[in-house]
Design a protein around this ligand. Sequence first.
Ligand code: C2E
Ligand code: CA
Ligand code: CA
Length: 485
Amino acid sequence: MAIRADRSTCAAQAAALQRWEAPLQAPVELTPSTITAQPELATRLERDGRDDALTSLPSRTVLLDRHDDAVAQASQRGARVAVVLCDLDNFRLINQSQVHAVGDELLMAVARRFEAVLRAGTLVTRLGDEFVVLLDDVRAVSDVMRIAERLLRALQEPVVLAERDWHVTTSIGIAVGAAGPQLAEDLLRDADTALSRAKHDGKDRYALFDPTMRAVVTQRLDLEHDLRRAIQRGELRLVYQPQVALDSGEIVGFEALVRWQHPIRGLISPAEFVPVAEDSGLIIPLGHWVLRHACWTAQRWRAQHPELVIAVNLSARQFRHPTLYDDVVSAISETGLPAHALVLEITESTAMDDSAASTRTLANLRAHGVRLAIDDFGTGYSSLAQLKRLPVACLKIDRAFIAGLGESADDEMIVAAIIGLAHAMGLCVIAEGVETAWQYERLRALGCDWAQGYLLAPPLAPEVVPGILEAPRAAAAMSVPSSSV
Ligand code: C2E
Ligand code: CA
Ligand code: CA
């Protein structure tokens, strides 16, 4: 079980903590011995020149060297050694979008912030945008967690560089060593596993390693391995969910949604495998396939229904990939789909990334005639100023707000505000997750343009779509759930 903290504790954490602390002595004040303050180590660092030129922190080699001594000394004192691995969440983005000097200065500033909240002499090393803290006198796991909380708090205030505020956060993985001998590599690997959990759970938090996490990592690696083969073996397919104009009830387009027919596990939801594809980079070949396939299928349907548009989801990594523009242009030219019939759906956070490369990609796609929609709108942090600048055609109201229609006055207000905002900016609005006739009518009364959801139709296998399109009204689609996927 992972122990996470949003800077608060909960009953589950307390229980896990108890389990962790059982073999340890009663909590006492943590006193990590002053490794870098030891004269012989300081001399060694100087002699070997192994400190990090940028931050002046000792290198990871020093950490590995010191670990074994620290374990031996700790066990004599009835204590343990812990590794606290901090990975800066958004550093890569900042570094890619700015001149390198900003990235370097940011790393230096973070190093100083971390040092300031750690006891003098605690060993901190750096590798890229990761900082490793070695604690060598751990009496209670709760003390390590408190240190992790201090490291998170150290970055709460923005770093001011080049007359700008930089908000950096860190995810932290903690591994507390066994009572006996152990390898530094094992402790680092466990901290890295816990770090992945902290990132997966939303970043800007810490997670404490637990052996069950290893099984999760193995499962994930298996899934990644199978997914690689799935793309080659043609196990992926697309289903299409109709989008309906609220005023006329006509189908105006479809959203393409990917499915994976796993040979052993059966149908796997994109909610499970798209994040794995995103982390591993497999999203690039997967997205390439989705884009071509969706454009090709939609263009066939357009022969009878030339007004139809097709919406394709793009993940953050796809969006930042340097070949995106060329991929989109070649997909539409090879399939014959007119550019204006393609809508690319990106989430708010992806769209708000204001790096020069992303802004250029958006502008180029728009100039080519491709339309962009902001997916899950309302769940992220959009700046209105940025929204105004972006070449976006549609906002898709997140289904959480639609579910609240008629139940939460706040949600109703938010939906009305998004529709008003979108129309004031000349954008169209799609409501997703429409499940009841009441929601449908309410959205129509509020002036929403399009709707998508189980009420109208679930995502459909492509074979049944032509039949649905022949039905006089989208409402007819409701009678075909048996062919849905
Ligand atoms: P999304 O883009 O927000 O897609 C809408 C999701 O809501 C779909 O889940 C759809 O099946 C589901 N849905 C539709 N109508 C309703 C409704 O009335 N009620 C409820 N509760 N849900 C409804 P799905 O197909 O499982 O996809 C999940 C997510 O996976 C998508 O969320 C999207 O972020 C991602 N995804 C799916 N296909 C692709 C793809 O080809 N590429 C990428 N990058 N991501 C994809
Ligand atoms: Ca979507
Ligand atoms: Ca969505």
